[in-house]
Design a protein. Structure first.
Length: 91
């Protein structure tokens, strides 16, 4: 099983990642092992999705990484209407 996840860092920045062991990867982020998240003092898991195949997770991770902050917030908040609206506004 593979996980695509979103972390909220210092209540302002999003980090999107992929792992086959979400618990261990979160520990990496909070312990300072991960180079990007090491600079943040607060790290919170705000969203995760699971996929049976790594290729599926990789596609989804890439998709979410390409999204705006507003679109990521809509996904995290479960606001499907806003997510659709934001998807239509970007061609």
């Amino acid at each position: 099983m593979y996980f695509v996840y979103i972390l909220l860092c210092d209540k302002d920045f999003f980090y999107v990642g992929l792992s086959d062991n979400l618990e261990e990867r979160l520990q990496d982020h909070t312990s300072g092992y991960s180079p990007y998240t090491r600079r943040f003092s607060e790290i919170e898991l705000v969203h995760s999705e699971r996929y049976p195949k790594r290729s599926q997770a990789e596609r989804r991770e890439k998709q979410i990484k390409g999204w705006s902050k507003a679109k990521k917030k809509a996904l995290i908040g479960g606001d499907r209407e806003k997510l659709r609206e934001l998807s239509k506004s970007k061609s």
